[in-house]
Design a protein around this ligand. Structure first.
Ligand SMILES: *[C@@H]1O[C@H](CO)[C@@H](O)[C@H](O)[C@H]1NC(C)=O
Ligand SMILES: *[C@@H]1O[C@H](CO)[C@@H](O)[C@H](O)[C@H]1NC(C)=O
Length: 563
């Protein structure tokens, strides 16, 4: 029986297709990285999330779009006459995910936290700023202890001078936070405010706002090693003195297209190092969209996202963008600094923009980047799209918390292209593979509190003789809208590691704390030991001033007459 030419062609194609599919799946042994779904229904989709020192991940969404998928177990209902959808709402819009017990606990937010921002204060309290509707001028806190819940300030409605919707927040060396930008808010302000302090204009936000009257949002903010702020918006970047409200330096424009919301590329400050006494700083920005991608979605066109990254030494004499190409284009890809000092680029889409129903073709594969080698590596794909309103956070275990994804204005599980995503996944990067266990260090003993400029002893065990040992400090991010605010890593100086005592595999060495709060604002950091590039699980260390130095606790004059 003779085959028709079409049948021959189909057979040929089948052979070639099978071969090429297999070729893409050949691994030498089990793949070193892995994904697991740890929670099937978090109840609240992770539009915003951050890791607390109590090892809880606090998640919150928005309060004004109707019910979430989790009802308060204690019968509590929020009665807010200013809510736009439900005056009485018995569902939670914030939850805490406890890492140790893999459980979800409901938290109580009152006014609307939609598209807001946050930072961790020196004492580990989360400070959250802004939102929408009745929440735009509000500041809220959530304490560092395991059962703490949200507190809205008694004068909550005017805690901020300007309504802050899509603003960015950064912790400063004086323990205050700076709140920058937001929709129709081309300004910045501080919290808490000094007496008589007002709002400061920031014309840079207006000058870089070329795509509409108000859409240049969630600017990227970093604290530079000289105490100034690095502010990036659209394609432009400045070094800014927030104390004198003046631009110190203007950097070249990054090529290819806009990078912050709604273009939603991602930005990091690369790890700072004791090798240069924490004087050099370099930023890296990856992905984004071509100009007009956000408007084109309105015309039914989903532009291909940018493939390029730019890195620039901000402290160089003559700073320039060095451009690199990622293995694939990406918009809304979160960038997480891994304990190794490498970057993880995860989540996002190939086409479209940030915004409701504005993206197509989820990018499911994470990519890592080695800054020292300028090398990208493509890893194993997830099966769950994480596009608009999703997050990624580094955990003390070295696993990555991946959650959220909701391109729909409310919670929609049916008849939509991308249903509201409530699953929590943990991604285990390659360095957690068993084959590295032989050299994986484990911290046995480290101080809980360390003061600036001090040295401290870290004891750790390793099965192998320690080689190339390094100590990293990591300030966890507040993640929302592809912006990992306050994420920061420091590579610390340390003394050479001695051999373990006879019959023991515990080594100890002296490690040097960061010199001052400009290099590392006071607060809780994750400390990691690396042996031959393999990271230990991390432990929390609080970096503080010596008690008398603390500007947040001015010394009180002793009452007269008291002996
Ligand atoms: C929402 O909650 C209901 C009731 O608990 C549950 O059956 C459903 O699976 C949840 N939806 C999602 C997407 O998790
Ligand atoms: C993504 O962009 C490319 C390049 O413009 C285009 O060919 C493709 O059709 C787009 N995909 C979608 C889903 O719109």
């Amino acid at each position: 029986m003779a085959m028709s030419s079409r049948e021959v062609c189909r057979l040929w194609c089948a052979v070639v297709c099978v071969v090429s599919v297999l070729a893409g799946q050949v691994f030498a042994g089990p793949p070193p990285d892995s994904w697991e779904v740890v929670v099937n229904d978090a109840g609240v989709s992770a539009m915003h999330a951050t890791l607390m020192p109590s090892n809880r991940v606090v998640i919150f969404d928005r309060t004004n779009m109707g019910k979430s998928n989790i009802t308060f177990p204690d019968g509590y209902c929020r009665e807010n006459p200013r809510d736009q959808k439900l005056k009485r709402d018995c569902t939670a819009h914030s939850v805490a995910y406890d890492i140790a017990t893999n459980s979800i606990q409901c938290l109580k937010v009152f006014s609307d936290v939609f598209c807001s921002a946050g930072a961790h204060r020196a004492d580990g309290t989360l400070l959250q700023a802004g939102g929408w509707n009745d929440g735009g001028n509000v500041v809220r806190t959530l304490g560092p202890n395991p059962n703490d819940d949200w507190i809205e300030y008694p004068n909550a409605p005017d805690a901020l001078l300007s309504s802050r919707w899509y603003s960015s927040v950064l912790i400063l060396p004086d323990d205050r936070v700076i709140i920058v930008g937001g929709r129709r808010a081309m300004s910045y302000e501080f919290h808490p405010r000094a007496t008589g302090e007002g709002l400061f204009k920031l014309p840079f936000l207006r000058d870089t706002n070329t795509i509409g009257s108000e859409l240049n949002l969630y600017p990227f903010l970093f604290l530079n090693t000289d105490g100034n702020l690095i502010i990036f918006a659209n394609q432009d970047c400045i070094l800014f003195n927030y104390r004198s409200n003046s631009v110190v330096r203007t950097y070249p424009r990054i090529p290819d297209g806009p990078r912050n919301y709604p273009a939603s590329g991602a930005a990091v400050l690369l790890p700072l190092s004791a090798r240069d006494k924490f004087t050099r700083s370099e930023i890296m920005i990856c992905g984004g969209t071509p100009v007009d991608a956000f408007q084109n979605v309105g015309k039914g066109v989903f532009d291909l996202a940018l493939t390029s990254c730019g890195r620039m030494v901000v402290t160089a004499k003559d700073p320039k963008w060095t451009m690199l190409q990622m293995p694939m284009p990406r918009v809304m890809g979160d960038m997480v600094i891994m304990p190794t000092g490498e970057l993880l680029i995860i989540n996002g889409a190939r086409n479209g923009s940030a915004g409701w129903r504005s993206a197509k073709d989820p990018v499911l594969t994470p990519v890592t980047f080695e800054p020292a080698r300028n090398r990208f590596t493509v890893w194993r794909a997830s099966t769950i799209p994480r596009m608009y309103h999703s997050v990624a956070l580094m955990l003390p275990s070295g696993k990555v918390f991946v959650a959220g994804g909701n391109a729909n204005p409310g919670y929609s599980f049916r008849n939509v292209e991308f249903p509201t995503e409530l699953r929590i996944e943990l991604y285990s990067p390659y360095y957690l593979a068993k084959k590295y266990n032989a050299r994986r260090p484990n911290i046995v003993d480290a101080p809980k509190v360390v003061t600036y400029g001090s040295s401290f002893v870290v004891r750790f065990e390793t099965a192998s003789k320690p080689k190339g040992v390094q100590f990293h400090l990591y300030a966890p991010s507040f993640a929302t809208h592809t912006n990992s605010m306050n994420q920061r890593m420091l590579v610390l100086a340390s003394d050479p590691v001695g051999d373990p005592a006879q019959g023991s595999n515990v080594c100890s060495t002296v490690v040097y704390a960061p010199p001052d709060p400009v290099r590392a604002p006071a607060g809780y950091y994750l400390l990691t030991v690396l042996n031959e590039g393999t990271p230990s699980p991390s432990v929390w260390v609080q970096i503080t001033r010596k008690p008398a130095q603390s500007p947040a606790q001015p010394l009180r004059r002793a009452a007269s007459g008291v002996a």
